[in-house]
Design a protein around this ligand. Structure first.
Ligand SMILES: *[C@@H]1O[C@H](CO)[C@@H](O)[C@H](O)[C@H]1NC(C)=O
Length: 183
């Protein structure tokens, strides 16, 4: 699965990104209904993206002991916003819990969530998410797409904090995951 077929999908996606105006309408398609987000290329199989105290992590949420609210999540995409719902038993997130990225030049910044009484950074953006095939992207300017997700392993083995590297700095110490929807 991750070998040659996956690479060629990536190569095709990279190629298509160079000319979004012509290719994009064919492949842009948002998942219908609820879905999870998963990260590829951090482990031998994909790992789930979860919520903890307003920050997005990838890994097994049950192994993350920090944070007062930690939960697995599913998403629905509506008007380019990623509405987030808790799926771990006993946990509820506010109805305005939205995924955000922080598309600030020359910075690598955490991906997080609004709502739940947590202060949201002023550069956080919750709109303009789209899927390109099953790949999560962020659309900016005149239809340019960015999928510049990064991940940094936390002090819990196998649990990564998710980041967005808008200027594609590819900082050392960060992995380069591919974030996809999973129905
Ligand atoms: C591990 O990271 C968490 C979250 O960043 C932090 O709260 C905790 O103190 C750290 N634990 C150790 C043992 O460094």
């Amino acid at each position: 699965m991750k070998s040659s077929i996956f690479s060629s999908v990536l190569a095709f996606a990279a190629c298509a990104l160079a000319t979004p105006a012509t290719v994009q309408p064919l492949l842009k398609r948002n998942p219908t209904g609820s879905f999870s987000l998963v990260a590829y290329s951090l482990a031998s199989d994909y790992i789930d993206i979860f919520y903890s105290d307003g920050i997005a992590y990838a890994g097994d949420s049950s192994k993350w002991p920090y944070g007062s609210i930690t939960t697995d999540v599913t998403f629905v995409i509506t008007d380019t916003e990623m509405i987030t719902t808790a799926t771990t038993s006993g946990v509820t997130l506010d109805s305005d819990t939205l995924l955000y990225i922080r598309p600030t030049d020359d910075e690598v910044l955490p991906v997080g969530f609004t709502g739940n009484g947590i202060t949201v950074p002023s550069d956080a953006v919750t709109t303009n998410f789209i899927f390109y095939g099953t790949y999560l992207m962020w659309e900016y300017g005149s239809g340019s797409l960015s999928d510049s997700f990064r991940a940094k392993e936390t002090n819990v083995t196998g649990v990564y904090e998710l980041y967005f590297d808008f200027s594609n700095l590819y900082p050392s110490g960060y992995e380069t995951p591919v974030v996809k929807s999973q129905s």
